[in-house]
Ligand binder design. Structure first.
Ligand SMILES: [Ca+2]
Length: 266
């Protein structure tokens, strides 16, 4: 029985790994897409709502974590985790965290939308895992100002990295990105390694640009209070990596101003 379990897990994980990749022109990976307080949302690489309770457990375990508890999900929601997809969490419960009420998600509710303990563990949902130590890259950033670096910076980044950073500042604020250092494997159309910037909650809408090479990109200013950064490296050739700083502001940015608040004595 134990051996069967082991084989099952190995087959499941292998299948999950193979299903990784592009779907509808979008590289599909949600491991680090949403993460706060060690909690992150994960869907099967086959797509949304494909995981049974047993499979959901295996996904979290494979990544060194476990199913999030209701309390952990609640703590993550309180610092900004907002995912419009129901997932398994500890003890066979299903739900999702909502920060901003919307017509299409959460029935206008803010907090944990709770579907309760499911009797049928073969139902298929996404999953919410908890792993406070595995944050290699990416995450949800809610600070007013912060430095973002490629994994391992100032060392070279590694092959096959996928990081998502979600910057979420107060409603009504704007975000300005300033690049401090930039060196990503160069190719003419940035197909190998790249950093992409989105003026939105995800990597589907609001595409701003894709960057590679060693030319320092210009400052980028958001239209709203959220931005998404995605860094991807392929299986060969790395480079020095990047470092950038973001700053939030209550008043619209003047494009001629420097990003950092200048501390002067006057
Ligand atoms: Ca590369």
């Amino acid at each position: 029985m134990r051996l069967f379990g082991l084989i099952w897990t190995a087959c499941f994980v292998l299948e999950e790994t193979q299903a990784w990749g592009y779907r509808n022109g979008i590289l599909h990976n949600s491991i680090w897409l949403e993460q706060a307080a060690g909690v992150y949302h994960r869907e099967s690489r086959k797509g949304r709502y494909h995981l049974t309770y047993l499979e959901a457990k295996a996904v979290c375990k494979f990544e060194g974590g476990k199913l999030a508890t209701y309390e952990q999900l609640e703590a993550a929601q309180q610092i900004g985790l907002h995912v419009c997809s129901a997932g398994w969490f500890d003890r066979g419960r299903v739900g999702y965290p909502i920060v901003k009420a919307g017509a299409n998600c959460g029935f206008g509710k803010i907090g944990i939308v709770d579907y309760g303990y499911r009797l049928n563990k073969s139902e298929r949902w996404d999953v919410y895992c908890y792993n406070p130590t595995a944050k290699e890259c990416g995450g949800v950033l809610t600070d007013q100002q912060r430095i973002i670096q490629s994994p391992g910076y100032p060392e070279e980044y590694e092959d096959e990295q996928i990081c998502y950073w979600h910057i979420r500042v107060r409603y009504g604020q704007q975000i300005r990105l300033r690049f401090l250092d930039f060196d990503v494997e160069d190719d003419s159309v940035c197909l190998a390694d790249y950093l992409e910037i989105y003026d939105s909650y995800d990597d589907i809408w609001g595409f701003v640009g894709r960057f590679c090479g060693d030319e320092l990109p210009e400052d980028i200013i958001s239209s709203g209070n959220v931005m998404t950064l995605k860094f991807l490296s392929d299986s060969s050739v790395t480079a020095g990596g990047f470092q950038l700083e973001y700053l939030a502001s209550d008043v619209p940015f003047n494009t001629s101003e420097p990003l950092s608040p200048q501390l002067t004595n006057d």
